[in-house]
Design a protein around this ligand. Structure first.
Ligand code: FAD
Length: 478
């Protein structure tokens, strides 16, 4: 009798699913949308588990006045994919800014610049700037519009453990409920949630970011390094709307500073820098910081180092504004107007934040009944704006592999099915990770031979249209 009651009560807390996705970031939500809009995979029973409250994403239905500070550059290829799965219909288009070029230049040699103009490759857009929450909102709204009862979203709930039922160990053992309900021959992973529930799943997806619990469960090694750098982000206002519609990137030896356009006079910055400088940039008086950004796009690094020292002494030292103005006044106004971004005049309150930068790549994206996507599989330096886009490509490749497997009547958790995903996605991600890592390293030095060589490289690339066109196609994901 006791056993029957126990078995009955356990059925309330143990469920079986075809796919469990851990992580409701852009990668996890994209996968759920793609699975549920594919005619081949749409009947799979799917659960998505997210540790934070997704109501914040839903509230983006009525977006705030100012841009949020997590803004990414999204390639036309990613946008095409989001149109294909139907989520782009729900994006707040009025908060998207298309841009058609990038002007990148070297702090050690202002003549060393590359100017990418997308019209050279017959396109009208290089990429679009879009808030991460706008992407999440569009995906979640699309999913909820399907009113599909085979979709289960559990937010504000953390995955606290994942157990392999055929090989439980001392630290990851099955409890009484699992033991009573486990089907002995079923090797499906059991996911244990912070609300006491257990879910056993045919296929477990790690869309759970850099520290991925799923990757650890699957014993997949991830290699890479911390750059010992932070990316400081902020939403800013320019002097006026810049009709050039380009992204600007200046390679400082402490890390690149990018100013990327948003609609009207808004822009977003990503300033990669040392931990000490990131501390300083978050502390500097809000009225001084915009002038520092303007200065950092133009002045020599010796001048900048002096300004940093003054502000380290006192982050509210307004006397530095006169100093910056004086140093900038030495430049010809026409040169400033033509060759540099517009001055930054305001930083939106509380929009400054910093993120540690790292490079990592998992040895593989799959193991039996497990697949990794997005930052769980790879993290990349933001200098080329590719991290989220790589996650979109992962999803596209994974869904294609699952569709093929299902059409052949195969088990979607089997390595035979998942192998197609990893063989499509891993090599191109690896190449991109390598290129961005090298770029970061080449530009993070003031060692003269390298500065000289990269100057020649940038000038030559700027003159050779075929090389520039090739690079632009890579940046725009074409
Ligand atoms: C400064 C900066 C600038 C960038 N700029 C660009 C750009 O221009 N273009 C671009 O393409 N990319 C850019 N990126 C990268 C991009 O932001 C990331 O690649 C992308 O957001 C990763 O999405 P994801 O869904 O894979 O992971 P995440 O967004 O990290 O989502 C993982 C989710 O899993 C959840 N989770 C984790 N553990 C658990 C658990 N145990 N239980 C339940 N839930 C859990 C987390 O709460 C989180 O919501 C940038 C990154 C930085 C830092």
């Amino acid at each position: 009798m006791f056993r029957i009651i126990k078995r009955f009560s356990s059925q309330l807390t143990k469920t079986y699913q075809d796919v469990v996705i851990i992580g409701g970031g852009p990668a996890g939500l994209t996968l759920l949308t793609a699975l549920k809009t594919s005619p081949i995979t749409k009947n799979l029973k799917c659960t998505l588990i997210e540790g934070t409250n997704l109501d914040k994403v839903r509230q983006f239905n009525d977006p705030p006045e100012y841009y949020t500070n997590r803004v990414v550059s999204v390639t036309p290829k990613s946008i095409e994919f989001m149109k294909h799965i139907g989520s782009w219909d729900y994006i707040h288009e009025d908060r998207i800014k298309q841009y058609d070029g990038i002007i990148a230049y070297d702090s050690q040699d202002s003549e060393s610049r590359i100017e990418f103009d997308v019209s050279n490759i017959g396109k009208d857009m290089l990429a679009s700037m879009c808030e991460v929450i706008n992407i999440q909102y569009s995906l979640l709204t699309k999913i909820e519009s399907l009113e599909d009862d085979t979709i289960n979203i559990k937010d504000n709930i953390k995955v606290i453990d994942i157990i392999n039922p055929v090989e439980p160990d001392m630290n990851h053992d099955l409890n009484e409920i699992d033991k009573n309900t486990a089907i002995p021959e079923l090797d499906w992973p059991i996911v244990k949630l912070s609300n006491g529930e257990s879910i056993q799943t045919r296929l477990l997806i790690g869309a759970d970011g850099y520290n991925s619990p799923v990757r650890k469960f699957a014993h997949i090694e991830s290699r890479g390094w911390q750059y010992n750098k932070f990316g400081v982000v902020a939403t800013v206002k320019l002097q006026f709307e810049d009709f050039r519609s380009v992204g600007w990137q200046r390679f400082l030896t402490t890390g690149p500073l990018a100013i990327l356009p948003l609609t009207e006079d808004n822009a977003t910055i990503v300033w990669s820098c040392t931990p000490e400088l990131s501390d300083l940039f978050l502390k500097i008086n809000e009225k001084i910081f915009p002038h520092l950004i303007t200065a950092a796009m133009v002045l020599d690094e010796v001048d900048l180092n002096y300004i940093y020292e003054v502000l380290k002494e006192n982050p509210d030292d307004f006397s530095i504004l006169k100093d910056i103005e004086w140093r900038l006044s030495k430049f010809d106004p026409l040169t400033l107007e033509q060759n540099y971004p517009l001055p930054v005049v305001e930083v939106i309150s509380n929009s400054r934040a910093r993120f540690p930068l790292k490079m990592s790549h998992a040895d593989t994206y799959i193991s039996s009944r497990v697949a990794l996507i997005g930052d769980a599989a790879h993290t990349i330096h933001p200098l080329a704006g590719q991290g989220l886009n790589m996650g979109q490509s992962d999803v596209s490749a994974l869904v294609e592999a699952l569709e093929k497997g299902m059409q052949r009547g195969m088990d979607i958790g089997s390595p035979l099915v998942l192998e197609n995903y990893v063989s499509n996605a891993w090599p191109s991600n690896h190449m991109l990770l390598g290129v961005c890592d090298k770029l970061h390293k080449i530009f993070s030095t003031d060692f003269y031979p390298i500065v000289f060589a990269r100057g020649i490289g940038m000038k030559s690339i700027n003159m050779i249209d075929t090389v520039k066109d090739f690079m632009m196609k890579q940046i725009s994901g074409k």
